[in-house]
Design a protein around this ligand. Structure first.
Ligand code: AHR
Length: 359
């Protein structure tokens, strides 16, 4: 299946594209990758950006799985959170005649035209992480990622139980939402899950503003909320980096983060749980609850490509298993497979030390 030859003209076209692009690297880490010359399987990976710890872990997972040693050449492109950049990258992958295109799309819509071009070029497309909303599902081979609405249901379910345990009535709950990038599946699912739960429980959902999944924006949005409202007691952050920014803003304003048990004034809920910083904040209850978003798609994409290379048909949609953690059940982290999850391995050691110190 691997296409290993490029014509001289293709080579010239490729050099021109890469010279104008400059964000692409190949598996050997060189910028402006040479065209393929060996029998490796060449994969163009359009990563949407580098906005969060989750994204860095996701990129690392892809790079660690799709290595030259394993017979894959990864041409990596960072879209810097802009769909136009991703579309340019995909067109350059077509010109390069890569064997597969992997796309982590920044938002759901707007992919029909470019994915039709990929289909015409007969290159299989694997979508990872967020979903694409296209009129024809044959425009991509398969998708692997998270059920973001389910994540939100887990997070809001945890909040419901916590409030019930603490005998806090719904009218006392005043929530703001720092949303992710508008139009991204992770934002759409998590925002919907909160809105549904707020309506069902009678919580006061005051306002939703995008923090674009970044710490800097998360802080800015939280400052805006704190200036506007004086009764916020729950902040729903659509990822951990936004939560870090929100904590900075709250503490700078002279308020405390935590929950009723730790006597914090404002309770933070977030998503991801891939960094040691996030898990430590959960242990301290500065983040009251984190719903896991699993970034380890590298081995899954490798398995999909191996299936396709062997003539098999992968599942069209593959949802990954995910968990939920709070300060009170952090011990569950220890149960996570440490060999697969290096960040957790580190964190598990921190948790074990903490638990030992309490005995
Ligand atoms: O699409 C996954 C989300 O994107 C992660 O929750 C977030 O951290 C990232 O930026």
């Amino acid at each position: 299946m691997s296409k290993t030859r490029c014509s001289f003209m293709t080579l010239i076209a490729l050099c021109l594209i890469l010279a104008s692009c400059g964000r692409q690297t190949n598996s050997s880490g060189n910028t402006d990758s040479d065209i393929k010359t060996k029998d490796n399987i060449v994969i163009g990976f359009s990563q949407l950006g580098a906005e969060s710890d989750w994204r860095s872990a996701n990129t690392e997972s892809m790079k660690a799985s799709l290595t030259l040693q394993n017979g894959y050449e990864l041409v990596f492109d960072d879209g810097q959170q802009r769909q136009a950049n991703q579309i340019t990258a995909i067109r350059s992958f077509i010109q390069q005649e890569v064997d597969y295109i992997v796309l982590a799309p920044v938002t759901e819509t707007g992919w029909d035209t470019v994915l039709s071009e990929v289909k015409d070029a007969k290159i299989p497309v694997i979508i990872v992480d967020r979903m694409v909303d296209v009129s024809d599902e044959s425009l991509f081979t398969c998708w692997v990622g998270s059920d973001f609405e389910l994540e939100a249901k887990k997070a809001t379910g945890w909040l419901e139980s916590f409030l019930a345990e603490q005998k806090i009535s719904p009218e006392e709950v005043h929530i703001v939402n720092i949303q992710g990038t508008i139009g991204a599946s992770a934002q759409i699912g998590r925002t919907k899950g909160l809105a549904d739960a707020a309506a069902a429980n009678g919580w006061d959902l005051k306002e939703e503003v995008s923090g674009e999944f970044t710490q800097t924006k998360g802080r800015e949005v939280m400052e805006y909320f704190l200036n506007k409202y004086n009764d916020i007691n729950v902040v729903y952050c659509e990822n951990d980096n936004e939560a870090f920014g929100a904590i900075e803003a709250i503490e700078s304003a002279g308020k405390t983060v935590g929950n009723r048990i730790t006597e914090g004034e404002i309770m933070i809920i977030s998503f991801d749980g891939v960094s040691e910083e996030a898990l430590n904040k959960a242990l301290e209850a500065k983040i009251a609850c984190i719903t896991e978003c699993n970034p380890l798609h590298g081995p899954r994409v490798k398995a999909i490509i191996d299936t396709l290379e062997a003539g098999g048909i992968p599942d069209k949609f593959e949802y990954v298993d995910e968990n939920i953690f709070s300060a009170y059940d952090a011990i569950d982290w220890i149960m996570v497979d440490e060999t697969e999850y290096p960040v957790i391995k580190l964190t598990s050691q921190v948790i074990k030390q903490r638990l030992d110190s309490f005995q």
